[in-house]
Every structure is written in structure tokens, then in C-alpha cells.
Write a protein that binds this ligand. Structure first.
Ligand code: ATP
Ligand code: MG
Length: 251
């Protein structure tokens, strides 16, 4: 079987009146191995969100291909969505639904087997410690609790692949650690995870392999140990800067 996530020469260009053509993602290729956390590490505007939106079928690629569990993002978007959970700090929840209704809604629209939905919902309420808030409307929850509901909503249909686009942006240190811990647990449960961040320590702590993305291009993909070996640098921050500077020199 091929890799759970396979990306080949994926590109997205935008046209902006002021800026002209923007190559937000400029022919990137990578694959994720089963059960790993694959990090996309890049600064603001590097192309992380655009890449992840293409993988989750929100945005159509300009060129190139990507498959999620063998389903092509262009030709089989339903197959992709069934196998994928997408989380970002800006993903909205419906304020008037309760926690329970939210999880149930997302399990159903992403085609979790209908008969097993109630059991799945109760499992997730318990799994994320949401018992006390199960029947509260989302608008009444604290941001930390909303965070947990958002993660529960992302995994509601039990997809094999999970994408987290800068999930800790705007969180305090405890909530950020909590999210990181949850992502680690999801890997232990066998999920394949793509995680984007601009925070070096997060990438160091969580990722099995790291792709450094800059100007819409992937400059390097390796384990932290591998990146250290190639560059002779120890700290990911120094490794990152080295690649970005080398990338700029070749432009
Ligand atoms: N809808 C759009 N129209 C025009 N340009 C866009 C659009 N979406 C993204 N871009 C541009 O594409 C580039 C990549 O943006 P993207 O949001 O993918 O980066 P990012 O790595 O997620 O950055 P950040 O860390 O700030 O979230 C940027 O130059 C951005 O301005
Ligand atoms: Mg982004």
C-alpha cells in the first residue's frame, strides 16, 4: 500500500491585483508514513495553510497531485474527507449547538457509520473530559474547553489522518501543552498526523520528521537528527535559518 499521505509537485498560485501572481505553494512533494507526526515548519506566509487546505479539499490545487489514504484530493474529495480530520485555531464551532450536538454533527457529516454515532459521541465526551459540558452550548464555554471540543470534533469520524494547522496559536502555555499532549496521544493511537507550526520548540518536541517550508517550497525534509547531521547545527532554530538563507541565495 502507498503512503497514507502522498503529495507530488503540488502547487497553488493566487492572483492579487496589488501583488500580481503569488506562488503560495510552489511545487512541493512529500509523503507521510503511517503513525508519524510530520511537521511543516515555516514562518508567516510560507505556504503552510495553503498546503493543508489543498490536502483537506477546501482549496483546489493549481497543479500537482495529493492523495489521502489513496483518495485523490481533486477526483475523490468525499473519500478524502472521510479519512481526514482538519483542525485549525480558526476553525469555527457553531455557538448555539451543545458540545454533544457538535460532535454528533461532525461525525455524521463525515460519514461515520450512523448506528455507531451515539456510542462514538459518548466515547469522545469521556475521552476529552467534557462530561460536565456535554449539554452546554458552545457559546458558554471557556476557550480551553472550546479547544477540546474542536479537537473532539476533528476526530469525531475517527479518520486515519489528522491535520493540525498551527493548533496552539493564541493559547496560553498550559492549553498549548495540553493540545501537544493530545496530538502525541493520537499518534500513540495509530493516527498519521500533519502538524504545522512556526514554533521551533513545538516541532522539536512533537515531530518525527520535519519539512522546512519557505516561500512555498520545501527546503529540507528529515528527522531532527538527520537535519542536525546535514547542517552540523544542534538547534532547530539555527538549522531553520541556515536553510532559509541558503534558499534565498539560490533564488
Ligand atoms: N486567498 C488568497 N489570495 C491571495 N493570496 C493568498 C491567499 N491565501 C494565501 N495567500 C498568500 O499565499 C502565501 C502563503 O500563505 P499561507 O497562508 O499559506 O502561509 P502560512 O505559512 O500558513 O502563514 P501563517 O504562518 O501566517 O499562517 C502568502 O503570501 C499569502 O499572502
Ligand atoms: Mg497559516
Amino acid at each position: 500500500m502507498s503512503a497514507p499521505v502522498l503529495v507530488r509537485n503540488l502547487a497553488k498560485a493566487f492572483y492579487d491585483e496589488g501583488r500580481g501572481e503569488i506562488k503560495a505553494v510552489d511545487s512541493i512533494s512529500f509523503e507521510c508514513h503511517e503513525g508519524e507526526i510530520f511537521g511543516l515548519l515555516g514562518a508567516n506566509g510560507a505556504g503552510k495553510t495553503t498546503t493543508l487546505r489543498m490536502l483537506s479539499t477546501i482549496l483546489a490545487p493549481t497543479s500537482g497531485t495529493a492523495t489521502i489514504m489513496g483518495h485523490d484530493v481533486v477526483h475523490d474529495p468525499e473519500g478524502v474527507r472521510k479519512n481526514l480530520g482538519f483542525y485549525s485555531a480558526t476553525t469555527a464551532l457553531y455557538p448555539r449547538l451543545t458540545t454533544r450536538e457538535t460532535i454528533e454533527f461532525f461525525a455524521r457529516i463525515n460519514q461515520y457509520p450512523s448506528k455507531r454515532v451515539p456510542e462514538r459521541v459518548e466515547y469522545l465526551i469521556h475521552r476529552f473530559g467534557l462530561e460536565k459540558y456535554a449539554d452546554a452550548r458552545i457559546e458558554k464555554l471557556s476557550s480551553g474547553m472550546k479547544q477540546k471540543v474542536s479537537v473532539a470534533r476533528t476526530v469525531a469520524h475517527d479518520p486515519a489522518i489528522l491535520i493540525f494547522d498551527e493548533p496552539t496559536v493564541g493559547l496560553d502555555v498550559l492549553n498549548a501543552l495540553d493540545v501537544q499532549e493530545t496530538i502525541g496521544e493520537l499518534r500513540a493511537e495509530g493516527k498519521t498526523i500533519i502538524f504545522s507550526t512556526h514554533i521551533m520548540s513545538e516541532a522539536e518536541r512533537l515531530c518525527d520528521r520535519i519539512a522546512i517550508i519557505h516561500g512555498g517550497q520545501i527546503l529540507a525534509t528529515d528527522t531532527l537528527a538527520g537535519l542536525r547531521e546535514i547542517t552540523g547545527q544542534h538547534y532547530l532554530e539555527d538549522i531553520f535559518v541556515l536553510f532559509v538563507k541558503a534558499g534565498q541565495e539560490t533564488v
